[in-house]
Design a protein. Structure first.
Length: 279
């Protein structure tokens, strides 16, 4: 029986338990995945609790992804390159090993026929998900990433970190509120929560005017998964642009986490069906 958990705060909207338990069933394991609300102040006690109550591992979400690395025995290269951990394995000798499966999730959700080699990307937001997107886009060969942020000053620290980790990519940062010309961009990624159910669901992170500057063969990838079709995606589709929903990223990162905990990769399709029923 696998004992797994999700820690973060708030967890009210999470459908991860449904997805993870379906994934475990699919590879023939019984398992329980407990969402346990955890604030940064609770983190140390929560980790001790998970270690001493026979948990095999856990996922980490907002606002703990960048805080948790210092509490772990080791992190792998994936987590190190983005400074963010979303999956922790607890070994038999109670060591905690962190990794990042959001990168795999982000990248795997992009259809294989989309070629981003040598192309430019734009990312809205500079948080944990944005950094996973950078690593995923780097693996797909993009040569330029333009960030749009509400706080250029704070973004400089992130930019310096990313320039060091991804020297082959040219990074720029712009104010998200200003008008944008996105005609050179092959993929636009929304990595802000703007458009998410329960948080500015009726809004778009950029204007329709900005969106209409994109080339007709460009892709809009909204990593929000609830609603399945955000206002941004709705308008992108009206303009004839290809869209990708965050649900596939959510499923693939969960699939990879299960592989890390159990050594077996479940079928992403059955996990997606369970997710669609839960949404
Ligand atoms: P995060 O670390 O808190 O980062 C959020 C980013 O959005 C920050 O750069 C923040 O700017 C910006 N932002 C927030 N509200 C904004 C606003 N009103 N105007 C402009 N910028 C704003 O969060 P995260 O972990 O990256 O998650 C971001 C989104 O991705 C969430 O909706 C989350 O549910 C989703 N997500 C999806 C998946 C998936 O598997 N599909 C995985 C991870 C995350 P500041 O830095 O200025 O605060």
């Amino acid at each position: 029986m696998y004992k797994l958990a999700l820690i973060g705060y708030p967890l009210g909207h999470s459908i991860s338990a449904v997805i993870q338990e379906e994934g475990l069933r699919n590879i023939g394991f019984e398992g329980k995945y407990d969402p346990i609300e955890t604030t940064p102040e609770d983190l140390l006690d929560r980790i001790k609790y998970l270690k001493h109550n026979n948990y095999n591992g856990f996922n980490v979400t907002i606002p703990l992804k960048t805080i948790i690395p210092v509490f772990l025995n080791d992190i792998d290269e994936k987590a190190d390159v983005v400074g963010c951990v979303n999956t922790v394995k607890i070994t038999q000798d109670e060591n905690l090993i962190g990794t990042n499966t959001d990168i795999y999730g982000f990248k795997t959700a992009i259809p294989k026929n989309i070629n981003l080699k040598g192309k430019a990307a734009a990312i809205l937001g500079t948080g944990g998900a944005a950094r996973a997107a950078v690593a995923g886009l780097s693996e797909l060969g993009v040569s330029q990433i333009d960030f749009y942020t509400r706080n250029i000053i704070n973004t400089n620290k992130v930019l310096n970190f990313l320039r060091e980790k991804f020297p082959q990519i040219k990074f720029n940062a712009f104010q998200i509120q200003n008008a944008k010309n996105l005609s050179n961009v092959s993929i636009l990624v929304n990595a802000t929560p703007i458009g998410m159910r329960g948080y500015m669901m009726d809004e778009m992170p950029i204007s329709i005017q900005d969106l209409s500057t994109m080339s007709k063969d460009a892709v809009v990838y909204d990593i929000i998964y609830n609603p399945l079709k955000t206002l941004l995606m709705e308008h992108a589709e009206k303009l004839g642009l290809q869209t990708i929903s965050g649900l596939d990223m959510l499923i693939y990162q969960a699939q990879k986490s299960i592989e890390i905990w159990t050594g077996k990769l479940p079928d992403a399709n059955v996990m997606k069906i369970a997710a669609l029923q839960a949404l």
